[in-house]
Design a protein around this ligand. Structure first.
Ligand code: ADP
Ligand code: MG
Length: 687
């Protein structure tokens, strides 16, 4: 070992001891010192021993103790896993990208070398990559091409307590992968020694969690051992409001400025449900802050949510400038995935967004993103963020009774979201979702709904076997319904257009800003993109106009153009990247993507309709509301839609949003004839 205690076994990629530093060696030395100060560093040797001697380890540790950043480096540096890649899965893409950047810096290398990441539509990794942060969805996707995940010699399933659908799927699949790669019989856990020397390419599995329910993971893997890491937690004083705060954005604003005016220095972390609230609060804070007297401390706001580009994410980790209070506006990404230094105050709105599958008794249903109350476990994690470096304060914008009434922890995603995509991926592996051994079994109702959807998309046949079309759908990094639309477009000679539209729909944020105080102006400006058939062709028009501008104008002019059109440039940039990937996917499968319907929108809506068939609705006799064709809900066209003021016989839509009504968003008109055709098709399959 060196004087600094590190052993560098990896020869590739220039590790910490090789001196190929990216920002000067003094910075690297400081990063190494920081690593050694983390709570987990004291347990380093014990942890390495445990992983060396066992196939599976469950590691439980308080947030910020160093699990996510250190464990993969320990495995690499000690050489206890094979020569393959060390995968670290994350439920959220922001976490994967930002943690990879941090660990690359700690290793003194550039991102994409020894340390990389892989998230949907974006990968920064190369032949030298040994530690790869990836979303759980990306690793599930890799199962399709490499069912035993043989490229990986260690798989770390991080944030397992979040119990996302993809994480649960991995936990299930890893059980069989372990048996196949490490030998039959019970998992080698307790017997020390050559536990994994049975086959050529064994794998180490580490399940990491931030909450106390680790028993369940351990039981699932034949009672494997649980290791604990203690964090450093200082006391946090918690305040509740006397009354509920329906307008939590406004309540947050007031609380923040009270803290700012009355309380000593220290950064503030605010938990909000989603991007829209974050962006609106961000603006209000900036407005108020600009009116503060000059002798007051300045306020620096940093938003943090999934769709934020990496360069801006990095801002939250930068040292707060002197005489300034940093204020981070985050979704639950900052709850356990990412630890931001310097936080002394937490404001907790008590809300988050949750994906829910609203199943109908008819068997068809849909996913909705709903703002809901958080759980006790989340509330406690959020408060804990204030006490990392010293005594902290947490202001809850809800009453103590409301806290007491919260659920203890959230229901696993497998029990509340659509299983369509998961069922299709499993079908490709020759497995049926209903037969698998899960931590928690999915509801029969949602399994039926998923299989029904796959059948409607012609991804499975009437005997529930996967079709060739189904296999092709699974090959696209898209939800099965959008993949179905793309395949249909190839048949209908309009792949160019549909791939463009699907790329925008798959972006993390919306294309059209919904700015309530300037809604009228925005609508007027956008009129030129409007297409009489609806929002899908409107999206295409906007994307095309942007590309015309992009072809000739400078970056700054492009940005300005987007601002004037009230278009989100981030979405457009992302969509262009997604489009390139979708075209590449087509090429890999020898599918031509160049066919174009030119100015005829009919084949385009027809192809989209094929994928969105379960999202179709018929005009009711009242002339304003629509009834779902394959469901029971009565819906209205969202007022922001391009065809909100038109009378059309039937529609397809991207999603439903709930307010006082059920509104369909992303709507296009379709002729009733489409519906007749599809039902003949379905009848012919059943017959
Ligand atoms: P855990 O997984 O146990 O919650 P992490 O490994 O994520 O802990 O974090 C360990 C430490 O690394 C934290 O103190 C955190 O502040 C720091 N850290 C993580 N990412 C960054 C970053 N991008 N910049 C600066 N510090 C970071
Ligand atoms: Mg972590």
């Amino acid at each position: 070992a060196h004087a600094n205690g590190w052993i560098q076994k990896s020869k590739r990629g220039g590790g910490a001891s090789s001196g190929s530093s990216v920002g000067g060696s003094s910075k690297l030395r400081e990063l190494q010192a920081q690593r050694r100060r983390l709570p987990i560093a004291q347990g380093r040797e014990a942890l390495i021993e445990q992983i060396r001697n066992n196939d599976v380890t469950v590691l439980l540790g308080e947030t910020g103790s160093g699990k996510t950043t250190q464990v993969p480096q320990y495995i690499l540096e000690s050489g206890i896993a094979g020569p393959g890649i060390i995968a670290v899965t994350q439920p959220r893409r922001v976490a994967a990208t930002s943690l990879a950047a941090r660990v690359a810096a700690e290793q003194g290398t550039t991102l994409g070398g020894l340390v990389g990441y892989s998230v949907r539509f974006d990968e920064v990794a190369g032949p030298d990559t040994r530690i790869k942060y990836m979303t759980d969805g990306m690793l599930v996707r890799e199962l399709l091409s490499d069912p035993l995940l043989t490229r990986y010699s260690a798989i770390i399933v991080d944030e397992a307590h979040e119990r996302t659908l993809r994480t649960d799927l991995l936990i299930t699949k890893l059980k069989t992968i372990l048996k196949k790669r490490n030998g039959d019989g019970p998992l080698k856990n307790k017997d020390k020694g050559k536990a994994t020397a049975m086959s050529g390419n064994p794998v180490k599995v580490i399940i990491m969690s931030a909450t106390l329910d680790a028993e369940k993971f351990s039981k699932f893997y034949d009672d494997c051992k649980i290791l604990y890491v203690k964090g450093r937690q200082h006391p946090v004083k918690i305040y509740h409001t006397a009354e509920g705060q329906p307008d939590y954005v406004d309540a947050t604003l007031r609380t923040l400025f009270q803290i700012h005016v009355d309380q000593p220095p220290g950064d503030v972390l605010i938990f909000l449900p989603g991007q829209e609230d974050i962006e609106s609060l961000h603006k209000s804070i900036q407005l108020y802050a600009s009116r503060l007297p000059l002798d007051k401390m300045a306020v620096l706001t940093c938003p943090m949510f999934a769709a934020l580009p990496p360069a801006q994410q990095a801002k939250i980790f930068q040292t707060t400038p002197p005489n300034t209070r940093k204020c981070i506006l985050a979704t639950n990404i900052a709850e356990t995935s990412i630890t931001i230094p310097g936080i002394k105050y937490v404001i907790d709105t008590g809300k988050h967004k949750e994906k829910r599958h609203l199943a109908h008794d008819t068997g068809s249903g849909f996913d909705a993103l709903l703002t809901r109350d958080i759980t006790k476990s989340s509330a406690m994690q959020r408060a804990g963020r204030a006490g990392r470096e010293g005594k902290g304060f947490c202001f809850r914008l809800y009453t103590e009774e409301a806290f007491e009434a919260m659920a203890v922890s959230s229901e696993p995603e497998i029990r509340r979201t659509s299983l369509t995509s998961a069922a299709l991926q499993l079908k490709c592996l020759g497995e049926d979702i209903e037969d698998l051994d899960f931590l928690d079994r999915p509801d029969l109702e949602s399994i039926i709904s998923a299989l029904k959807t796959l059948y409607f998309l012609n991804a499975v046949d009437k005997s529930n076997r996967i079709t060739d079309a189904g296999r092709s759908m699974a090959a696209f990094p898209l939800e099965p319904n959008l993949a179905c639309a793309v395949l249909e477009a190839v048949k209908n000679g309009c792949a160019l257009e549909v791939i463009d539209i699907v790329s925008v729909l798959s972006s993390t944020s919306k294309l059209f800003f919904d700015i309530s105080d300037e809604r009228e102006v925005a609508a007027e400006v956008r009129r030129k993109f409007r297409h009489r058939s609806g929002d899908h062709m409107t999206i295409l028009n906007a994307l095309r106009s942007y590309q015309d501008v992009a072809a000739t104008e400078s970056k700054a002019a492009r940005k300005e153009w987007c601002r004037k059109q009230y278009l989100n440039e981030r979405t457009l940039l992302e969509a262009v990247k997604i489009r390139d990937q979708l075209r590449a996917t087509c090429e890999k499968m020898s599918i031509g993507w160049q066919s174009s319907a030119q100015d005829d929108e009919r084949p385009v809506t027809k192809s989209l309709f094929r994928g969105l068939v379960l999202h179709s609705a018929l005009l009711q006799p009242d002339g304003t509301t629509f009834k779902q064709v394959y469901g029971r809900s009565v819906i209205k066209i969202h007022p922001g839609s391009a065809i909100a003021d038109q009378k059309v016989p039937a529609i397809i839509y991207d999603e439903l949003v709930y307010t006082n009504h059920i509104y369909a968003r992303g709507v296009s008109a379709i002729p009733k004839a489409f519906l007749a055709e599809i039902s003949t098709h379905i009848k012919s399959q059943i017959a």
